[in-house]
Write a protein that binds this ligand. Structure first.
Ligand SMILES: [Zn+2]
Length: 116
């Protein structure tokens, strides 16, 4: 089953099979990327520029800004979800953010969960 991926609304959404699935305005931690000089950049996404699938993972190119130091840059191939049995399963930004230093308990971490 083919998965139709595209960006909509000037990059505000990633559309999967004509359904808006992943929006901007979530904050993603990028622990392994050299986005800025922060130890763990927390990046507020502003727009998606492209989306593609690689090895069942949905990867998006995006533009975002680090909420700690203000660096604004592009992000290549941010994993935003995966394809399981022909269905899109989004990654939770909160899950990616498990390395936030000052989020030492679940309560602090849960405040980063995206609004449905
Ligand atoms: Zn930063």
């Amino acid at each position: 089953m083919a998965i139709a991926l595209r960006t909509l609304d000037d990059g505000a959404w990633i559309s999967v099979n004509d359904s808006r699935e992943v929006g901007v305005s979530d904050i993603w931690a990028l622990p392994t990327r050299e986005f800025c000089s922060c130890e763990t950049p927390h990046v507020l996404l502003e727009a998606y520029s492209a989306v593609h699938v690689s090895d069942h993972r949905v990867l998006a190119d995006a533009v975002g800004m680090c909420i700690e130091c203000g660096t604004r840059d592009s992000i290549d191939s941010l994993p935003v979800g995966r394809i399981v049995d022909g269905e899109f399963k989004p990654y939770e930004p909160a899950g990616v953010q498990s390395t936030i230093p000052d989020a030492v308990d679940g309560a602090a971490r849960s405040s980063f969960e995206p609004v449905e």
